[in-house]
Design a protein around this ligand. Sequence first.
Ligand SMILES: [Zn+2]
Length: 355
Amino acid sequence: MAAPLPGELRAFDDFKGARDAASPADRLREVRLRAARFRDRMLKGPEVRYYGSFSLVRVPYPTRYALLNACSVPTPFVHILNRVFVMQVDTDQGLKTLVASPSDIHANAETPFFKRLARSFGPFQEFGKKLLGPVIATVETVLDRIGLSPEKVDYISYDHLHTQDLRNWLGSGEKTGYFPNAKLLVMRQEWESTLGLLPPQLDWYCPNGIDGIHPSRVVLLEGDTMLGDSVALMHTPGHTEGNHSFVAHTPEGLMVTSENGVAPECYAPLASRIPGVARFARQTGMEVILNGNTLERGLDQYISMVQEKEVAGPSIRNTEFPNMTCSSELAAYWAFPGVAPTMSFGDLSFGRVVV
Ligand SMILES: [Zn+2]
């Protein structure tokens, strides 16, 4: 049985049963309808007190995964930019601080896929790493810069646990973590996956990344959950089975974050200027372009991406694209020509952080 949630967290059932139909087209239709209703409901509620996103590290990523089947540029890699997000929310239990997607850049390098990639540079490993994956900031320097002490962080969470090593953050065994009071918000499915991975998943999970974390530091979510009334954790299976998206109500509307897609244009491919993408969408009728490194649930990922973009709605920055602030956002890089994003959000900041 599920443990009761802390008072500031609340399960919601706007999408309950939306994927029950046997017909995928029916499932998609139902999810789209529910997404529009959920969007209206959330927009009627309060905004977050603070929302900030910060660049951490650029990571080389195979083009064939990032823009599954759609990109015609022969560049083998693109850059995706990992960000950390800080959200502060007023709740019945007081102000709560959530740090979303805090990547431990150095520990994450143990992820088998990236380890192999680094090794492929042979004697030029260090040079290759700097060239391919320049570090911009760390979680520690970001928090320091905005004046937020790690003790004040109530929750950390990831849209999924690929490449993540949580031990430095939450502590492991006798070791206390950098966030002494934070609990992990994670979908039960994602947590269970990480404890029993199959070979198609293993390449992307950091070995031992959750070892020794005390169960009291982990809040297992059974599905869609609100933090206060201005942030939602929405189960969006696909990229991984236990994947979720963050939905934050900001002054620019609902910002939706996950890694089901890697750029706003993956959610509006007809408006993409990356060679091949719009043509692929026209020829196939695909309304989203999947981030396809594992495709744990391909059709669900497609439906989840439609759900995400319908909840996000069009960006006021460019109405051709939805408010998808991808956790790993496609970023232009001189070494990988021809795959610059048509639109990207970059680092965002709304409101003033409460320290
Ligand atoms: Zn991933």
